[in-house]
Design a protein around this ligand. Structure first.
Ligand code: HEC
Length: 105
């Protein structure tokens, strides 16, 4: 009886892992083409559209998480809005990815 409960708990946990949002993969799919794999906009699109350098400490300090989320939802200038394309969970995960670029050496 006890083992069955544990099996159930473990299945639930695995389900949670499968459904977990993979921020870096989302970034790779939707954002890297303009913002670069490392967030430094070191791609021809980045140069062309003047995307920000997310690894810059100055940029990181100038933006709150709320502002980053807002930009992702609305899409400034040439950037497409992601409000309807990504779930709230996915957008929140992307804020974390953008933040992580600021911690690069
Ligand atoms: C078509 C190219 C393109 C794509 C795709 C794109 N962006 Fe952008 N993004 C831009 C441009 C251009 C700006 C505007 C730079 C500016 O004027 O501040 C921008 C601005 C931003 C800003 C705000 C910068 C600031 O300081 O105002 C954030 C945050 C951001 N993008 C994150 C993302 C994320 C996350 C994704 C993926 C879901 C993404 N972008 C996809 C081109 C793109």
């Amino acid at each position: 009886m006890k083992t069955r409960i544990w099996l159930g708990v473990m299945l639930l946990m695995c389900g949670g892992l499968v459904r977990a949002v993979d921020g870096p993969a989302l970034y790779e799919t939707h954002c890297a083409k303009c913002h670069g794999a490392t967030g430094q906009a070191d791609s021809w699109r980045g140069y062309l559209f003047f995307s920000r350098d997310f690894s810059s400490a100055k940029w990181q300090a100038a933006r709150t998480d709320e502002e980053i989320l807002e930009k992702i939802e609305q899409g400034p200038r040439i950037m497409p809005p992601y409000k309807d394309k990504l779930s709230a969970e996915e957008r929140a995960a992307l804020v974390k990815v953008v933040r992580s670029f600021g911690r690069q050496p």
